[in-house]
Ligand binder design. Structure first.
Ligand code: PXL
Length: 277
């Protein structure tokens, strides 16, 4: 069978295990070729470090794509994560037009917020712009915070019920994409996702591990993409990615590592490859 090839567009945080340093190994280990457009180079991600460097690569994006157009490159999927500015969102929107075909799909992880707050550096009007990009996607992967911000609704972090989540995924679906909502918890000790493609809302939960683990959104999105390309089933991919993310968190805890450096997904890659074989 022809090997699958995807394009992922997000920053490189040189250390701290998020964005491209997570996406590339996860997608490659699933046997999928990954082309990348790095949108910026940071010394670390912006959560938990001060004094990080930030080199904006916005000006390089269009020339990279223009060169690729001369090569006639195509992709089985285009997957975007953290995008640092309004301008980058606009350019990425044009890239979707360039590479979208009837046979491929676009995944947008609107990586911009968590725990009720935007990440450092984003203005309050950014989520509306990200919501526009989500309208062009086939699948979106927001967490509860990103979902609320894009819909212009108050963030509800706890005390909600199943019908609130079902309503939320349906309102997100109205943007025009299938939805996998992450960070859903309906009972103590359980954490999971809600997926919706216009049929039944699908829920999947794993054991909740307390605490905040940086980069898990990117681990989830990258393993979801790999699983979806391999298995072609939204609910299955959503649950495989949840299991993989939990495995990586458990591995991290075994090593007692500093949380801001991300999770130990590397030692779980053989597991993912086995699940997706
Ligand atoms: O994991 C999301 C992410 C990606 N890239 C950068 C970030 C963050 C989250 O903080 O700062 C630069």
């Amino acid at each position: 069978m022809k090997q699958k090839r995807i394009l992922t567009i997000q920053d490189i945080s040189c250390t701290g295990r998020c964005s491209l340093t997570v996406a590339l190994p996860i997608i490659s280990s699933a046997g999928i070729e990954a082309a990348v457009i790095p949108t910026a180079v940071l010394s670390t991600h912006t959560g938990g470090f001060s004094g990080y460097t930030f080199r904006d690569l916005t000006e390089d994006i269009v020339p990279i794509v223009n060169h690729w157009k001369t090569l006639g490159l195509g992709f089985d999927a285009v997957y975007t994560g953290y995008l640092g500015s309004f301008k980058q969102v606009g350019i990425v929107s044009d890239i979707f037009d360039d590479f979208k075909t009837e046979n491929n799909f676009i995944i947008v992880d609107p990586a911009m917020a968590d725990n009720g707050e935007l990440y450092k550096g984003f203005s309050d009007d950014f989520p509306k712009e990200m919501a526009k990009l989500c309208r062009k996607a086939d699948i979106i992967l927001p967490n509860l915070t990103e979902a609320a911000l894009m819909l212009g609704e108050p963030y509800v972090g706890e005390g909600y019920d199943k019908s609130y989540i079902a309503g939320l995924v349906k309102r997100l679906y109205a943007l025009g994409a299938n939805v996998v909502l992450t960070g859903v918890s309906l009972e103590p000790g359980k954490l999971g996702i809600a997926a919706y493609d216009g049929g039944e809302v699908y829920f999947y939960f794993t054991g909740r591990i307390d605490g905040y683990f940086h980069g898990t959104g990117d681990v989830y999105a990258s393993s979801f993409l790999a699983a979806y390309l391999k298995k072609g089933d939204l609910n299955k991919a959503a649950s495989v990615a949840a299991d993989f993310t939990v495995s990586a968190i458990e591995k991290t805890l075994e090593g007692d590592a500093e949380r801001r450096y991300g999770v130990n997904f590397e030692e779980c890659l053989p597991l993912l490859a086995k699940w997706l074989a």
